[in-house]
Design a protein around this ligand. Structure first.
Ligand code: PMP
Ligand code: GLN
Length: 387
């Protein structure tokens, strides 16, 4: 076969999870909880199956779930998405990202991604015939210890061929979040250039230290040109259900659904029925920051007793740590070494760069997932103390 993605191998998440399983390592690599969702959600989905919700859902998603999403985005962000015309339920955020990209990127269009970026973005852009244009996030400094976007660099990368800018805050893998000034800068860029946005907000409910999530849906001028994507996997501890959604204005949703209907047609019905009821209780997502902040603090405090140096993580269920006091190995080799020799699997940050080799030159960072039971984190910390 003449490969359409000649440079793409098996995704790092599969590589590291397989390695972790083979070596009985504690898996703090791939981002998923090692605990179950709320039993109430499980029984709602069970009941939906027993009540006969087992056939194709309506193509854009069942009305009750789209209405629940519309209500939530209004209550949290003051957004004005209509359930009928602006919201589509997808098979996870991954499908929503691919669908949005295929719906709007034409061959030769440039798409800006902020590096490091989630690993599905660039292959999806390439499959659509687009040209990925990486713009580096500004690395941490002593006065600003998290990665952050440099909007002047983003602005400078925009050409007449730029169709889309892809953003992802809270950011995987760095944990960076946006603030109001960032949204102001984005508004100016969109007003000046007329580009479209994909805002991957799968960690929208996992922002720490009492900071509100800066969704692009808060700003009408941004919402008017954005596909805003989220995932129930992250919010309700159900990554294996592969269910998420995309909010976008009617004209953009119309194009999105043209692709969606021939990509998956519709998404698992009983999951939608159960989630629609579960979502109606805001506590089910509003409790998430406190829940995960405890885990972040447990892992960060544990790592502080090792030779890893933790970088602050204001959002997501990941944190990064520098291992330069432990090893000179490049990131991917270090991640493998740590799994095999110390029984803890992590993700090399190099996997989030288009050219992993160029990117590793001055960095020795790995990502830890803390969506784990306290015992799991304790076991990992105990092992990491011996590194
Ligand atoms: N975007 C980001 C930034 C992610 O971290 C993930 C998943 N972990 C996804 C998209 C994919 O989400 P889903 O599992 O709902 O497809
Ligand atoms: N998004 C998850 C992560 O960053 C993994 C999802 C996947 O394995 N495709 O770890």
């Amino acid at each position: 076969l003449n490969s359409k993605l000649p440079d793409v191998g098996v995704t790092i998440f599969t590589v590291m999870s397989r390695l972790a399983a083979e070596h009985q390592a504690v898996n703090l690599g791939q981002g998923y909880p090692d605990f179950d969702p709320d039993p109430e959600l499980l029984s709602l989905v069970n009941r939906a199956m027993l009540d006969g919700h087992n056939q194709y859902a309506f193509m854009p998603g069942i009305a009750a779930l789209r209405e629940a999403i519309a209500l939530k985005t209004t209550q949290l962000y003051g957004a004005n998405y209509h359930a009928d015309s602006d919201i589509t339920v997808t098979s996870g955020a991954t499908q929503a990202l691919m669908t949005a990209i295929l719906a709007c990127v034409h061959p030769g269009d440039e798409v800006i991604v902020l590096e490091p970026n989630y690993d599905s973005y660039v292959p999806a852009i390439r499959l659509a015939g687009g040209i990925p244009v990486p713009v580096a996030l500004t690395p941490p400094t002593p006065s600003h210890p998290t990665f952050r976007p440099d909007w002047d660099r983003v602005r400078a990368a925009i050409t007449p061929r730029t169709r889309l800018l892809m953003i992802n805050f809270p950011h995987n893998p760095t944990g960076a979040v946006l603030n109001d000034a960032d949204l102001d800068a984005l508004e100016r860029i969109v007003a000046e250039t007329g580009i479209y946005l994909i805002s991957d907000e799968v960690y929208e409910h996992i922002v720490f230290d009492g900071v509100p999530h800066a969704s692009v849906a808060r700003r009408p001028a941004l919402a008017a040109r954005s596909f805003v994507i989220s995932s129930f996997g992250k919010t309700f501890h159900t990554t294996g259900w592969k269910i998420g959604y995309c909010c976008a204005p009617a004209n953009m949703t119309e194009e999105f659904r043209k692709v969606h209907q021939f990509m998956v047609f519709s998404v698992a019905t009983p999951l939608q029925v159960g989630l629609a009821v579960f979502m109606a209780e805001p506590r089910h997502y509003l409790d998430l920051p406190a829940f995960y902040q405890t885990k972040r603090d447990q892992l960060a405090a544990g790592l502080a007793t090792t030779r890893f140096k933790v970088l602050p993580s204001p959002g997501t269920f990941f944190l990064m740590a520098d291992y330069s006091a432990v090893s000179d190995l490049p990131e991917a080799e270090f991640a493998r070494w740590l799994t095999l020799n110390h029984g803890v699997a992590v993700i090399p940050i190099a996997a989030f760069y288009g050219d992993p080799h160029a990117a590793t030159s001055n960095r020795q960072l790995v990502r830890f997932c803390f969506a784990k039971r306290a015992e799991t984190l304790d076991l990992a910390i105990e092992r990491l103390r011996r590194v």
